[in-house]
Write a protein that binds this ligand. Structure first.
Ligand code: SAH
Ligand code: SF4
Length: 393
């Protein structure tokens, strides 16, 4: 495993070798075949050549065509002439005292995103938290990312790259056949994944493909603030685990802290959870619940949470997240005693409700603390984007 500096000092780790227009990362098999055809690879070789490229990209994790050893020299040269498989610039790589790692990646257009790896206690497994947008159009009041204006959706290549970069740094190539260090993925970084559905779907299909990275869909969780119309599609077309950023148990409080609730209120959200394809005891829906002092953390809130989950008959688990402060935030974390009480009440009602211990706080890598400096979208563009997303009318 590569050694990285501890603490918050920014470090330039690698220079970019990514060329967005020519990268082969993020393409599906049909697109790779079409590119190979375009540069003169004979029709009858296309399928085999596509499989070779796929293998080297996603099973071996090579960063240069030169390393595709079973591909003829002629073809390697041709591929290198027309395409790239390099990585984005890593402008910061940090390791928290607790082992959490954060990478700040910069794409050639200047936009930046953060990706976080959270090892578990034994350090032999861990979860990669992937971003789906640069910033976010939603403006949840407790979330740092929400203070950043959306610049744009990430492309499939940029989403897959976050995984490849983490694997490079963890030294986990080729794809292990047994246990993996990078053992699960959560779409819980910057942005709202269901506002970037098609790109997320394409990227996750690549990550799940059994000839490459082969991460099981059971080890992938997509978190949404509640974009109700896309939830059904997510279950049907991507079929990964679902997490909901719930954070409140009545519309008045949820409207106040999560503006999307005005568009898709709790009743609609919970009905969509109940109908989520495949939701059953073996695949429970996770409800994330930030503990905000005096806002959503009373005993009555705990009772209402249990009542709602039972009323809608949703196979559920609850993740209680103590609020993580960030510079300029206006909320306080609930008292430890109250968080424990809240958790015990829910457990007592037969629903799992562990308290998530904040990870990577010293490097601002904890939930809701991510924010990059890409704030280049003009106000008018932001309004247009919010209108098309339906956040405002
Ligand atoms: N936009 C999606 C995906 C981002 S997930 C969503 O909202 O679900 C990021 C998770 O961190 C969400 O559950 C979010 O509500 C939570 N979060 C945001 N700000 C936080 C904060 N300051 N402290 C703790 N958790 C936070
Ligand atoms: Fe966006 Fe999720 Fe943050 Fe809300 S919590 S602002 S939806 S990233």
């Amino acid at each position: 495993m590569q050694t990285l500096p501890l603490g918050t000092e920014p470090t330039v780790v690698s220079r970019p070798t990514l060329d967005v227009d020519r990268t082969m990362v993020g393409l599906d098999r049909a697109e790779i075949s079409a590119r190979l055809r375009d540069v003169g690879i004979p029709e009858k070789q296309l399928k085999m050549r596509t499989s070779q490229v796929w293998h080297w990209l996603y099973y071996r994790g090579v960063k240069s065509f030169d390393n595709m050893l079973n591909v003829s020299k002629d073809m390697r040269e041709k591929l290198a002439e027309y395409f790239t498989i390099g990585r984005p610039e890593i402008i910061e790589a940090m390791v928290s005292k607790d082992g959490t790692r954060k990478w700040l990646m910069k794409f050639p257009d200047g936009n930046e995103v953060e990706t976080v790896f959270i090892p578990d206690e034994a350090k032999d497994r861990g979860t990669l938290c992937i971003s789906s947008q640069v910033g976010c159009t939603l403006t949840c009041k407790f979330c740092h990312t929400g203070t950043q204006r959306l610049v744009r959706n990430l492309t499939p290549a940029e989403i897959v790259m976050q995984f490849l970069v983490a694997r490079d740094h963890l030294g986990e190539w080729p794809t292990p056949t047994g246990g993996r260090i990078l053992s699960s993925v959560v779409m819980m970084g910057m942005g709202e994944p269901l506002y970037n559905f098609d790109n997320i779907k394409k990227a996750l299909k690549i990550i799940m493909d059994d000839q490459g990275i082969a991460l099981s869909r059971r080890r992938i969780t997509l978190s949404t603030s509640g974009v109700v119309p896309e939830m059904k599609r997510c279950g049907e077309e991507i079929n990964v685990n679902l997490a909901i950023s719930l954070h409140a148990v009545n519309n008045a409080v949820r409207d106040e802290i999560m503006p999307i609730n005005k568009k898709y209120p709790l009743e609609d959200l919970l009905a969509a959870c109940r109908d989520y394809p495949g939701a059953k005891t073996s695949r429970r829906i996770t409800f994330e619940y930030i503990m905000l002092k005096d806002i959503n953390d009373s005993d009555e809130d705990a009772r209402n949470l249990v009542r709602l989950l039972k009323q809608y008959d949703i196979p559920a688990k609850v993740n209680l997240i103590p609020f993580n402060p960030w510079p300029g935030s206006n909320y306080q974390r609930s008292d430890d005693k109250q968080i424990k009480r809240f958790s015990e009440y829910i457990f007592g009602a037969g629903i799992s409700a562990p308290i998530r211990s904040p990870r990577g706080e010293d490097i601002l890598a904890a939930c809701g603390q991510l924010k990059s400096e890409s704030e280049k979208m003009r106000k008018s563009e932001l309004l247009k984007q919010q209108k098309s997303d339906g956040v405002i009318s």
